[in-house]
Structure formats: C-alpha cells, structure tokens
Write a protein that binds this ligand. Structure first.
Ligand code: CDP
Length: 215
C-alpha cells in the first residue's frame, strides 16, 4: 500500500493547512474527513429530519451523494452534485455536525468511504481528522497529533472565519466537549507524535513531519 499519513487534532490546531501543504510537498492525495462529516450534517439538515432521530439521520446520510476532491490544491466537497464548500463551514452546519458525527451508523458509513479512498490513493495520501490514527487508518506510516492552546486555536479560527474570538472560543469548547463522546479530539493516539503548534509556524510543522517521514 502507498504511504498513508494520519493527522489528527482539534479545531484550530492547524491540521488542514499543514495536511494540505504536506500532501503537496509529498505529491500525494489529501483527504479532509471533517469536510465529509460536515457534508453529512448538511445532508441531514437539508432532508429536514429530526437530528435526534439517529435512524433517520443515518438514512439521510446514506442516501446523499458525497464527493470529495483529494487534490491538495483543490479539495472540493460536493453534495448531490452541488459544490458546498462555503456552506459546510457556516454556522448552521458547525452547530449540527457534532450530533450527526455522533451517530454510529453515520460514522460506519463514512469510515468505510474513507478507507476506500485511502486504498485507492496510488501516490499515497495525507488524511486529516480526529480518529484517523486510532480508527480509520491504524496502520498509517506516520501518525501526528497537532494541538495548541485553546486561546490560540480560537484566534486562528476566528481570523479564518472573520468571527468574534470569544464566540469562536465558546463554539470550539462546545464542539471539543461534544466530540469527546465519539472521538478523542484532545488526546494523541497510541504511536502518534504530538506536536504543539501554539508557537510553531506552518513551515516548521510541515518540516518536522517531512523529517519524521525521512527517518
Ligand atoms: O472546524 P474543525 O477543524 O474543528 O473541524 P472539522 O475537521 O471540519 O470537523 C468538523 C466536525 O466533524 C468535528 O467537530 C467532529 O464532530 C466531526 N469529525 C469527526 O467526528 N471525525 C473526524 N474524523 C473528523 C471530523
């Protein structure tokens, strides 16, 4: 199997930027599993089902058509043929995603899809998420856990989304708490190298990962 790099971490840890840069540097594919859960949440919202009805949510997700672009320079997300890149980062989806990602049948469906994409990546793949090293790709060649101080994570995310820092901090804390029931957003998996990105630039983090891969 081609080289697989697993990058896990909470919101604002820098995992998306770092994962895309690393994939470009390696000439490999890139998979944003968070975008898959976000698109699944949007599918559930659009179907109008009660988000507390796990069977209905799972059915809405299973019948939706999700397409993920795995080129690091153009990682698009489509739902039923339509680009949803902006919408899946909006407040409505962000508010619903932890509940949808917490449905076991949704995870089962998306994890199978993620494993299929990984198996088909002939030039290797960098996969980012929260359960990649532990669940999706435990045989990954390199497992990295990125983390940063809570305030720094909120600052980064609010700069990206042009939102208020304290509201963003509250949203991240709420999602970290909700996600900790299904994934382990705040801890490194066994065998993962933990990197504190609070005071490290993107190039430094990518450099460290490239060094780990060449060892
Ligand atoms: O915005 P942020 O970078 O925090 O999150 P994301 O990577 O876009 O993931 C959005 C949400 O999807 C998370 O808050 C989790 O609820 C869920 N998720 C998950 O359950 N498992 C993954 N492997 C990736 C994301």
């Amino acid at each position: 199997q081609a080289r697989v790099v697993a990058v896990d971490g909470p919101s604002g840890s820098g995992k998306s930027t770092v994962s895309k840069r690393l994939a470009s540097a390696l000439g490999s594919a890139y998979l944003d599993t968070g975008a898959m859960y976000r698109a699944a949440a949007l599918a559930a919202l659009r179907s109008g089902v009660d988000l507390a009805d796990k069977d209905a949510v799972a059915e809405a997700v299973r019948t939706a058509k999700l397409e993920l672009g795995t080129t690091p320079g153009d990682p698009f997300t489509r739902l039923d043929g339509e680009p949803v890149d902006a919408e899946i980062r909006g407040a409505e989806v962000t508010g619903a995603v932890s509940a949808v990602a917490g449905v076991p049948a949704v995870r089962e469906h998306l994890i199978a899809e993620q494993r299929r994409i990984i198996a088909e990546a002939g030039a290797g793949i960098v996969v980012e998420g929260r359960d990649i090293a532990e669940v999706v790709a435990p045989d990954a060649d390199l497992k990295v856990y990125l983390y940063a101080d809570e305030l720094e994570r909120a600052r980064r995310r609010s700069a990206e989304n042009d939102t208020d820092v304290s509201a963003t901090a509250a949203d991240i804390a709420r999602r970290d708490a909700a996600d900790s029931k299904t994934t382990k957003p705040l801890e490194a998996a066994a065998g993962a190298v933990a990197i504190d990105t609070t005071h490290l630039g993107i190039d430094a983090v990518v450099g460290r990962m490239l060094a780990l891969l060449s060892n």
